[in-house]
Design a protein around this ligand. Structure first.
Ligand code: SF4
Length: 240
């Protein structure tokens, strides 16, 4: 994969910080150990280019997350939903946060939307969900009433998403829906307009698509075709 230039990375970082500021965030909580990791990441140009770097394994990242209480979502959760799938997958799907079923089971995308995502992966793309993909969310605890995660919660959980991606080193990330797309791009994304477009997140190709629950709610031929087209682009990229 091509090494990204410093300028676009700095632009992405600036956009992300501006987005946090716009939504009222005034500081970024950071534990000393995590800060050390961020400093280490800053000297590595991409998550994926330094294949031989001694990155943490997913297990080590999960261990560091521990019984996390870094944001208020910890108060109402039953289980932390860290992620599931192949730790060496070429493709990572990122959703916004766990729902009731996921909170209950401690696994991502196991409810109705999860079944739809499995259908997209297995019937639509001809891949095996467990063997070929890894699935996680931008926050790992269920937001009450399935509301969108807040900026502070996203910022508290984001270092772990970054470390997960660093451990997996996928070829492609697929952001499912507006909150995941907006978080990864650090700006407000109009998902119905921007789905199907390529972007970059920390040096990894990023595709935006509709969230499976949106697809269930608005099960039109147009939306199904849209997701199908997006996944065709992803498959083409994976084969490169
Ligand atoms: S959402 Fe993330 S940061 Fe917040 S408590 Fe859960 S694991 Fe910790």
């Amino acid at each position: 994969m091509e090494t990204p230039k410093r300028e676009p990375l700095l632009r992405e970082l600036k956009n992300y910080l501006t987005h946090l500021k716009d939504v009222g965030y005034t500081e970024i909580p950071c534990e000393a150990e995590l800060f050390a990791n961020v400093q280490q990441q800053a000297t590595q140009p991409t998550l994926s280019s330094n294949k031989m770097a001694n990155n943490k394994s997913l297990i080590a990242v999960q261990k560091e997350l521990g019984d996390c209480t870094r944001c208020k979502l910890s108060e109402g959760r039953k289980n932390i939903v860290f992620g599931s799938g192949n730790p060496k997958a070429d493709i990572v799907f990122v959703g916004e946060g766990p729902g009731a079923d996921e909170d209950e089971q401690g696994l991502p995308f196991v409810g109705r939307a999860g079944k739809k995502l499995t259908e997209i992966i297995e019937k639509g793309m001809g891949l095996n969900r467990e063997k070929d993909t890894y699935i996680c969310n931008i926050v790992k605890c269920r937001p009450p009433g399935n509301r969108d995660p807040e900026a502070e919660e996203i910022a508290a959980c984001n270092p772990f998403l970054i470390q997960q991606l660093k451990a997996i080193k996928p070829k492609v990330i697929v952001a499912l829906g507006k909150p995941a797309s907006s978080t990864l791009l650090g700006r407000d994304v109009l998902i119905t307009k921007e789905r199907g477009t390529w972007h970059e997140y920390a040096g990894i190709k990023l595709m935006l698509t509709l969230h499976p629950s949106y697809l269930i709610r608005f099960y039109t031929l147009e939306n199904r075709k849209a997701v199908h087209e997006d996944m065709k682009k992803v498959l083409k990229e994976l084969k490169k």
